[in-house]
Design a protein around this ligand. Structure first.
Ligand code: THU
Length: 145
């Protein structure tokens, strides 16, 4: 979220959910068949989307959330206001550990909504998902030993 103190855009969760669903249509998930879309609203009102991009070398799979973050940062947007994640699981699933760390880097209080296909809405935020996160302040506090 913005550190500027300015009021951010009103979050249109329905519009973000629609954008995440469109992104999910482009999922490249031939291995897991678990299709995920993410839509990230930035402080200046733009929406960046991402989807999961898998690889035959499984460890290289990129999650939808980190795809969306990369798209936003590439466009110069780093102040995040809200995130929607939609997947084709029955119930809502929340971001993986790696994505939690990446989201927390930019927006520790980021509100997040997740949805599956059979209803169920999970509302959370980045700090709730990753308490005691490792962060820049930890690096800054290092001592020579
Ligand atoms: N995946 C995401 O894109 N986001 C999540 O929050 C959880 C997992 C992707 C990674 C992989 O392509 C597939 O879902 C199965 O793990």
């Amino acid at each position: 979220m913005s550190g500027s103190g300015e009021t951010g855009p009103v979050v249109d969760w329905d519009a973000l959910t629609r954008a995440a669903r469109v992104a999910r249509e482009h999922a490249y998930a031939p291995y897991s068949r678990f299709r995920v879309g993410a839509a990230l609203l930035t402080h200046d009102g733009r929406v960046f989307t991402g989807t999961n991009v898998e690889n035959a070398s499984y460890g290289l799979c990129l999650c939808a959330e980190r795809s969306a973050v990369a798209a936003a940062v590439t466009a110069g947007a780093r102040d995040f206001e809200a995130l929607v994640v939609v997947a084709n699981g029955a119930e809502a699933t929340s971001p993986c550990g790696m994505c939690r760390q990446v989201l927390h880097e930019f927006a520790p209080e980021l509100p997040i909504q997740s949805r599956g296909v059979e209803g169920g809405l999970l509302k959370t935020n980045a700090s709730e998902l990753l308490p005691h996160a490792f962060q820049a302040a930890d690096l800054a506090s290092r001592r020579e030993d």
